[in-house]
Design a protein around this ligand. Structure first.
Ligand SMILES: Cc1cc2nc3c(=O)[nH]c(=O)nc-3n(C[C@H](O)[C@H](O)[C@H](O)COP(=O)(O)OP(=O)(O)OC[C@H]3O[C@@H](n4cnc5c(N)ncnc54)[C@H](O)[C@@H]3O)c2cc1C
Length: 141
C-alpha cells in the first residue's frame, strides 16, 4: 500500500525552469490512483519541450510553459473528470453505493465484457439513480 497524489487543476506544472511530471505534478487519475501512463506521457512531453527550449537558446523560461499547455490539452479534461468523480464518490452514502452496485449487476449480467470505458461507465451509473443523478451537477465544469 501507499499514498498517491490527487490531481489539482489549480496547481501549476511549470515554474521558471522547473517542470513537474508524473506524481510530482499530481498527474494521477484521482478516482483509481492510476498514474503510470500519465507519468510516462508527461515525461515525454517535458523532454520534448525542454529539448526545444535548449535548441532555442534556453533564455526564455516562458517557452517551457508549452509543456503544461500540451499536456493539459491532451489530458486535462480526463484528469478533471476523474477529480470531480472522486469528489462525488466521497459524497456517496452506503445506500448510493448499494444502488450503484445493483446497477452494475444489471448492466453487466449476461454480457461478455471485453473492455470498460471508465468515463462512459461513471456517467451511466450516475444517470441510473435519481439521487446519483443529482450528484451529476458536480461534473459540470
Ligand atoms: C500501492 C500503489 C499502487 C499503484 N498501482 C497503480 C496501478 O495499478 N496503475 C497505475 O497506473 N498506477 C499505479 N500507482 C501509481 C503509480 O505508481 C504512480 O503514479 C507512478 O509510479 C508515478 O511515477 P513517477 O515517475 O511520477 O514517480 P515515482 O514512480 O514515485 O518515481 C519517483 C522516483 O524518484 C525517486 N526520488 C525521490 N526523491 C528523490 C531524490 N531526492 N533524489 C533522487 N531520486 C529521488 C524515488 O525513489 C522514485 O524512484 C500505484 C501507486 C501505489 C502507491
Amino acid at each position: 500500500m501507499g499514498g498517491v497524489p490527487a490531481f489539482d487543476r489549480k496547481k501549476s506544472l511549470v515554474k521558471e525552469n522547473v517542470l513537474l511530471i508524473g506524481d510530482a505534478g499530481r498527474l494521477v487519475d484521482s478516482l483509481s490512483g492510476a498514474g503510470i501512463s500519465n507519468a510516462l506521457l508527461s515525461g515525454k512531453i517535458a523532454g520534448e519541450v525542454t529539448s526545444q527550449f535548449i535548441k532555442e537558446g534556453g533564455s526564455s523560461f516562458s517557452t517551457l510553459k508549452r509543456y503544461e499547455d500540451r499536456l493539459l490539452k491532451e489530458k486535462g479534461s480526463e484528469l478533471r473528470f476523474y477529480s470531480y468523480s472522486r469528489a462525488i464518490f466521497l459524497k456517496l452514502t452506503d445506500e448510493d453505493m448499494d444502488a450503484a452496485v445493483c446497477f452494475l449487476k444489471d448492466y453487466f449480467d449476461d454480457r461478455i465484457v471485453t473492455g470498460i470505458e471508465p468515463i462512459a461507465l461513471i456517467k451511466t451509473i450516475l444517470k441510473s439513480n435519481r439521487r446519483l443523478l443529482r450528484l451529476l451537477k458536480h461534473l459540470v465544469w
